[in-house]
Design a protein around this ligand. Sequence first.
Ligand code: NAD
Ligand code: ZN
Length: 344
Amino acid sequence: MEQQISFGIKSLSSFFKKKSYSSVFVLVDENTKRYCHPLLKNVLPTHQLIIVRSGEANKTILTCEAIWSKMLKNKADRNSLLVNLGGGVITDMGGFCASVFMRGIDFLNVPTSLMAMADAAIGGKTAIDFLSYKNTLGGFKAPVLICIDTVFLTTLPTRELNSGAAEVFKHALLQGKRETSQFLLKTFLSFSEQERQTLIKKSVRYKLKVVMLDPFESNLRKQLNLGHTIGHAIESFFLLQKKTILHGEAVALGLVAEAFLAYRFFKLPFESFLRIVFWYDLNFVKPNLKALDFNVLMKIMQKDKKNTKAQIKLVLLEREGHVLLDSQITKSQLLEGMAFLQAF
Ligand SMILES: NC(=O)c1ccc[n+]([C@@H]2O[C@H](COP(=O)([O-])OP(=O)(O)OC[C@H]3O[C@@H](n4cnc5c(N)ncnc54)[C@H](O)[C@@H]3O)[C@@H](O)[C@H]2O)c1
Ligand SMILES: [Zn+2]
């Protein structure tokens, strides 16, 4: 799955010089319409805006119907282009809409949140939620281009920025100590524009490399799930309790808990485990986890088809820069990890 990437919105002019689309549609939510579209509109050819409501709750088939209707009403055809200008909700849902509209039209991702720049907009996974289950409908389809510009981050709320930084740190952990060291000096917010650009570029290139080697997640791509088995269970648990936690905030907790398991039951050096805990403390305010119900968390993790009642398979760090895919953990070991999460 070839994935083209460019840095800086100005690079879009050369893309559009080479292409001729019958019409161009730009998908935004109310925030990216307000803050991001004004920065982008002059580098795009004549286009029509499709505005949807922001938030995961709107990543549904209902919103897709509204998108497709608007496109049809405005004479979209097989040679139209959809530009997804937004966070991961917009890039996931826009990619999905484009991939099935008239058997698939081109789409271009312009990620505006850190989560989308470092993760969601890259890799060719498209998705919407269905019956409240996350990412149940979707497929693999690469955008014709991913255009990344950190200028958009200036209006992104700090909490969203930190959430995205968890994925950037995850990519650093997968690469090695040299990459993770930088994250122990400062919070993502306090990095200069130049430093942010460099970190994001490295992160993006790393994800792209992994995705190109294993586009359909048969093996190597599984490493990108580091921190996500436990993180995802925490995210779902919070949702069930009607409490909010951002995806990256849950992943950050997942990285800590999984680092504990990797140190306690596998070979992760104590120093690396401490570095991960230190990174968490530097960047996040720990939510109250006293009410975490281990049985519910276990049930959520067992739903994953790789896992059985007695054992859960995780991606665990052996050292910074090296993971063990499919590490088996027993229920009691996992409970120890959860208990650590409550206590640290
Ligand atoms: N496809 C993948 O590989 C992949 C990977 C990771 C996450 N995801 C998906 O991404 C989604 C989460 O992405 P997200 O965290 O970007 O959420 P999001 O799209 O909801 O964006 C977060 C919030 O920030 C606002 N926003 C975005 N950019 C802004 C900007 N520049 N200025 C001001 N406000 C801005 C949005 O309107 C929204 O309110 C989830 O649905 C998740 O499943 C997909
Ligand atoms: Zn993630």
